[in-house]
Structures are given as C-alpha cells and as structure tokens.
Design a protein around this ligand. Structure first.
Ligand code: AMP
Length: 187
C-alpha cells in the first residue's frame, strides 16, 4: 500500500498515518518528524530547518525531497509506505512522481486528504500546545502555518485530482471514526 496523507496542521494526519502504518505493516514516513529529529540532534539539516519551522514556513524543497529520496530507498519502504506531511506543494509532488518512475517502483495507490475547518485546527493545536509544547504551536505561528497550508494545498489537490488519486475525507470526527472512514475509502 503506497499512500500519501494530506492534511493541514492539526488535521490528525500524524495519528491516522500511525494507524495506517500499523494496519498495513508499512512504515510511516513523516518529513515533520524527520526535521524535528534533525533539529533535536543539531545536525546541519536541523540547523538549516530550525528557524523556518519555528516561524511556520516551509523548509526548502531540496531538503525535504532529499529526506524522502533517502528514506524511500530503505528496504522497509519497498513494499509500501504512508507519507505524512510530504508532498506539501506541487513541486514536491512532481519530484515524488519523478523519483518513483526513475526507481521503476509502483506509483501511489491513493492520496487521502483530511479536511478540517480552520477554526477546528486552531482549537486542536492550541490544546496540543498545552500538552506537547511544540515550538511551532504558538497561536501566531499556527495561523501562519494554516494560511501557508491552505495556499499550497490547492495546486496539490488539483494535481492528484487530475491523476485520479485524490480521496477527500472529513477529518472533523473522532480518530476512530475517521480511521474507519479511511479504511472504507481504501477498499
Ligand atoms: P508537520 O509535522 O507535518 O506539521 O511539519 C512541521 C513543520 O516541518 C512544517 O511547518 C514545516 O516547517 C516543516 N515541514 C514538514 N514537512 C515539510 C515539507 N514537505 N516541505 C516543507 N516543510 C516541511
């Protein structure tokens, strides 16, 4: 199963990606997790990404494309994967398609899009900020991330709609209900 999970900040895509990964026995590949790990480890990649992430911007395409290229070559990703947070714009989507065709591996099966309203996102992320203390979960940064996501996701949705891979879903419910809905969509 080769999946992309699209969704704004706070859409629950990380949670659903974990569940899909467990259900289908394929790795979850999250550029956000990889970047946070690089920041925490103080690597050169982390140094380049830190300020952009803290301001709610997008890390340079070349960096995240590099992360994905390396990760997709790992042996555990050969039978499938759930991509969480990548691609984030049309340029990254093109790079992914190119990577898959050059490597002569099967293309994506489905692109799931978890839709959640901006108000719900704000509420969820402020609640998460109180628990997790992520440095980009401040209200001003959340608003920047949501604006950024909404602007970037449109061309991405158009791209996957044209390819016939887009599966939009209501992401507003409880995690169990959203997961059931996702599974029905994949049948
Ligand atoms: P996430 O965990 O997916 O919400 O990502 C957290 C932050 O990491 C984002 O606000 C971006 O700064 C950065 N990031 C994650 N994935 C990407 C990507 N595909 N392209 C650019 N920046 C990314």
């Amino acid at each position: 199963m080769r999946l992309v999970l699209l969704g704004g900040p706070g859409s629950g895509k990380g949670t659903q990606a974990d569940r899909l990964s467990a259900r289908f026995g394929v790795p979850k590949i999250s550029t956000g997790d990889a970047l946070r790990a690089a920041v925490a480890a103080g690597t050169a990649l982390g140094e380049r990404a830190r300020a952009v992430m803290d301001a709610g911007g997008l890390v340079a395409d070349e960096l995240v494309i590099g992360i994905i290229r390396e990760r997709l070559a790992d042996s555990d990703a050969q039978t499938g994967y759930v991509l969480d947070g990548f691609p984030r714009n049309a340029n990254q989507a093109l790079a992914l398609d190119e990577m898959l065709s050059v490597a002569d591996t099967p293309g994506l099966d489905h692109v799931l899009y978890l839709r959640v309203s901006d108000d719900d996102i704000l509420r969820r992320l402020l609640a998460r900020a109180a628990v997790e203390g992520r440095s980009d979960d401040r209200e001003d940064v959340i608003r920047t991330r949501v604006r950024r996501f909404n602007a970037d996701v449109k061309p991405l949705l158009d791209y996957y709609r044209r390819e016939g891979k887009l599966r939009p879903l209501d992401g507003a419910g409880k995690p169990d209900a959203v997961f059931q809905h996702i599974l029905q969509t994949l049948i």
